[in-house]
Write a protein that binds this ligand. Structure first.
Ligand code: NAP
Length: 313
């Protein structure tokens, strides 16, 4: 059994990581490190350093903290000879992820830059369909209410917090996996609240190497329910992926509609990588986010106040 220490006991650690670890017989959760959160029946520490000292049997560290503090923690874990599982996005900058990859290689440990949305049920089917029927146009709509999905998460508005790109990078992780040709950002428009460092809405246009357009519309200001959709038009009909990849249809016929098993699949991947002595570090979705920030046409909008409902709610 691979012995894990979980760092950052927040929303995703409780909702996804703990259940996925508990359901995998190859894994054992032995400790947690969080300034405020604890897990019942697990050795609890307030920081990573104390966890590494107090629970030396840990073989791998899972970092569920926001992106900003992650680099130093990953460095510390790698230096201690631990395998590292990074939540998405893998870092605040592209270069820091490359540095972690090099550090893991030098230390002979596994590094996983995880992209959970790639394991949504419909994603692999759509990817395989697009091998034979390349897209002619792609529309991504990634809109949700930040008050519902990120309540109290002030880090998301700070430098390095990604703003609306925190969810939109999930769509980018799907696009970079399913689309048969490389693509590049050609324009991006940001709407940033006057009291925040990160955008609350963004419109991005990518083009692939054949000029096919990929339009992305993202917002943190849509009242529930969210829209996490990707529509891919091809010469052989239109594919519609909904609910972040849980549902896939083709010209109205449902091809896939399954409960999500994203984190179970990610942990199976991580355990396999450790066994094989390999890493999996794909920075492509992060590089696209960085390009969007480089190209951004910035617009300032009114201040964000979490206590005020989304327009139309
Ligand atoms: P969260 O609820 O804010 O939890 C993160 C935890 O990290 C906090 O509870 C906090 O616990 C700890 N932390 C340590 N250093 C911190 C710092 N400098 N600033 C803020 N918190 C710090 O966030 P989350 O939703 O779990 O997201 C964490 C990561 O998972 C993000 O990268 C996000 O993109 C990713 N993710 C989230 C979701 C989702 O649906 N929420 C889904 C997939 C992936 P202590 O205060 O106890 O230390």
């Amino acid at each position: 059994m691979l012995k894990l220490g979980l760092v950052g006991i927040g929303a995703i650690a409780r909702k996804a990581h703990v259940p996925a670890i508990e359901s995998n017989p190859d894994l054992a959760l032995v400790a947690a490190a969080s300034r405020h959160g604890t897990l019942p029946g697990i050795a609890s520490y307030t920081n990573l350093t104390d966890m590494l000292e107090g629970s030396p049997e840990i073989e791998a560290v899972v970092l569920c903290v926001p992106p900003e503090p992650r680099f130093d923690m990953a460095r510390e874990a790698i230096a201690a000879g631990k395998h590292v599982f990074l939540e998405k996005p893998p870092g605040v900058t592209v270069s820091e992820v490359h540095a972690l990859e090099a550090a893991a290689r030098d230390a002979g440990v596994t590094l996983l830059a995880s992209w959970h949305s790639r394991y949504a049920p419909g994603v692999e089917t759509l990817r395989q369909r697009l091998f034979s029927t390349p897209p002619t146009r792609v529309n991504v709509t990634w809109r949700e209410d930040v008050r519902v999905y990120h309540p109290g998460q002030s880090w998301i508005w700070e430098p390095g917090g990604y703003g609306v790109f925190d969810p939109l990078i999930n769509a980018f992780s799907i696009l970079t996996y399913i689309l048969p040709r490389p693509f590049r950002a050609v324009s991006s428009r940001f709407e940033t609240p006057s009291n925040c460092a990160q955008p609350i809405a963004a419109q991005v246009l990518f083009k692939d190497t054949e000029g096919v357009e990929i339009h992305c519309d993202a917002s943190f200001d849509q009242p529930d329910p969210p829209t996490w959709d990707i529509v891919v038009e091809t010469g052989a009909g239109t594919f519609h992926m909904q609910k972040g990849g849980a549902i896939l249809s083709h010209d109205g016929t449902v091809l896939v509609d399954e409960p999500e098993t994203e984190y179970a699949n990610l942990y199976a991947l991580f355990a396999g990588l450790v066994r094989a002595g390999r890493s999996d570090v794909d920075v492509t979705p992060l590089a696209h986010v960085a390009d969007c920030f480089l190209l951004a046409d910035h617009h300032t909008v009114g201040p964000f106040d979490e206590s005020i409902p989304a327009p139309g709610a």
